[in-house]
Design a protein around this ligand. Structure first.
Ligand code: ADP
Ligand code: C5P
Length: 243
């Protein structure tokens, strides 16, 4: 028997330690850097596994009527714009194998909406959002940290396109918000969080090689976990015979 008291370690000394919890991946990066695209690519390659995606956007605070009147003075890119306490509690529950209800957020009304989405526990949990690498408590949940690094001009042009088409904004407002809040907060909170990343993906979803390597790593971790399950099953069977 080894110093940690594990009996299976004694019988299968080369067996890797089991992942007692799901494999948690954090995907951060500036606005419109391609975070969602990268997560979709990872998830589609892992279609044979139980994978769930949690979006930090779901945890935006709803704006009060008073704040709504001055929405153009509100900084949605500051860490305080998110309810990190609820995010942490949802992630902790998922990590311990419990289902959770993730709030839904409406970018047009700036409100968290009633219909929360049920999310079941999974073997891989991906947490995606501009500031997921900024908070140390959120970072501590992660087994793998990814930063999607896309040029600012590419991101801005995508953001204009997306916000005018999908989020009900006009170009002038998008540019004003970008200059006043999005870029300064990127410089102050998001870009500095890149130093915590294990992997930096240049060009986001265009980088097939990076996505393939990430998926390969996740598969290796899941495989080690499954091998351990097999080893412990063999142990249970062999000890039954001994009895
Ligand atoms: P994020 O989640 O970081 O905000 P998204 O993945 O949602 O970024 O991408 C933002 C916008 O840019 C979307 O409209 C998406 O279709 C587009 N987009 C993302 N990656 C690429 C790419 N590699 N080439 C072209 N358009 C892209
Ligand atoms: O999808 P993406 O990562 O770009 O989403 C984050 C962005 O959404 C932030 O840069 C923030 O400025 C923007 N946002 C917004 N209006 C809201 C909430 C977030 O423009 N009500």
């Amino acid at each position: 028997q080894l110093s940690n008291g594990s009996i299976t370690d004694n019988i299968f000394p080369s067996a890797p330690a089991p992942l007692k919890q799901p494999f948690v991946i954090g995907v951060a990066g500036g606005t419109a850097s391609g975070k969602t695209t990268v997560c979709d690519m990872i998830m589609s390659q892992l279609h044979d596994q139980r994978v769930v995606l949690v979006n930090q956007d779901s945890f935006y605070h709803s704006l009060s009527a008073e704040k709504l009147k001055k929405v153009h003075e509100y900084n949605f890119d500051h860490p305080d714009a998110f309810n990190t306490e609820v995010l942490l509690s949802c992630m902790e529950k998922l990590r311990s194998g419990q289902p959770v209800s993730i709030p839904s957020y409406d970018f047009k009304t700036h409100q968290s909406i009633e219909s929360a989405s049920p999310v079941n526990p999974a073997d891989v949990i991906i947490l995606e959002g501009i500031l997921v690498l900024n908070d140390p408590q959120v970072r501590d949940l992660m087994n793998m940290k990814i930063f999607v690094d896309t040029d600012a001009d590419v991101r801005l042009s995508r953001r204009i396109q997306r916000d005018t088409v999908q989020r009900g904004r006009n170009i002038q407002n998008v540019l004003e918000q970008y200059t006043k809040f999005v870029k300064p907060s990127f410089d102050e909170f998001i870009q500095p969080s890149m130093k915590y990343a294990d992997i930096i993906i240049p060009r986001g979803g265009d980088n097939d090689v990076a996505i393939d390597l990430i998926v390969q790593h996740i598969r290796t971790k899941l495989c080690q976990h499954n091998l351990c399950k097999i080893y412990s099953n063999i142990f249970i069977i062999s000890s039954t015979f001994q009895i």
